[in-house]
Ligand binder design. Structure first.
Ligand code: ZN
Length: 138
């Protein structure tokens, strides 16, 4: 059975990562680990580790994407909460059986991880992301 391990990250939607770093890195003092292009999610992401988890700054990279529309409509701010699980396929299956509305029926493969989104309609207005971390051979 799938277990929830921890909060992997909290994602903040920003217009521009470089501008946002002026607060999150320079004023608040978080450490920037790296910035990664995530074409499958039409975004660029800045990873800032905090203890066991991370704060992520997410900047849309495609003009017509859902993320860009969301930003235009609602402005910058909290975008989603990501929980790390041990068996993402099992977790999605469990939730489908409980009638939870999912955005991704199957996990999407990304470097080092598999991910899926749960619809905010099923989660009190919060977009929830699930991660399963995959150990890659070194
Ligand atoms: Zn995320």
């Amino acid at each position: 059975m799938s277990k929830i391990k921890k909060i992997n990250h909290v994602a903040i939607l920003v217009e521009n990562i470089e501008d946002a770093l002026k607060f999150w890195r320079d004023s608040l003092g978080l450490e920037l680990d790296h910035v990664e292009d995530v074409p499958s999610q039409a975004s660029k992401v800045a990873f800032m580790p905090v203890g066991e988890g991370e704060v992520e700054l997410v900047q849309p990279t495609q003009a017509d994407s859902g993320l860009t529309k969301y930003l235009e409509k609602r402005g910058e701010g909290m975008h989603h909460l990501c929980l790390e699980v041990t068996d993402i396929v099992g977790k999605l299956q469990e939730m489908k059986e409980k009638g939870v509305q999912l955005i991704n029926q199957e996990p999407i493969d990304l470097p080092g991880r598999r991910m899926a989104f749960i619809h905010p309609k099923s989660a009190n207005g919060v977009l929830v992301e699930l991660y399963e971390i995959i150990d890659e051979p070194v």
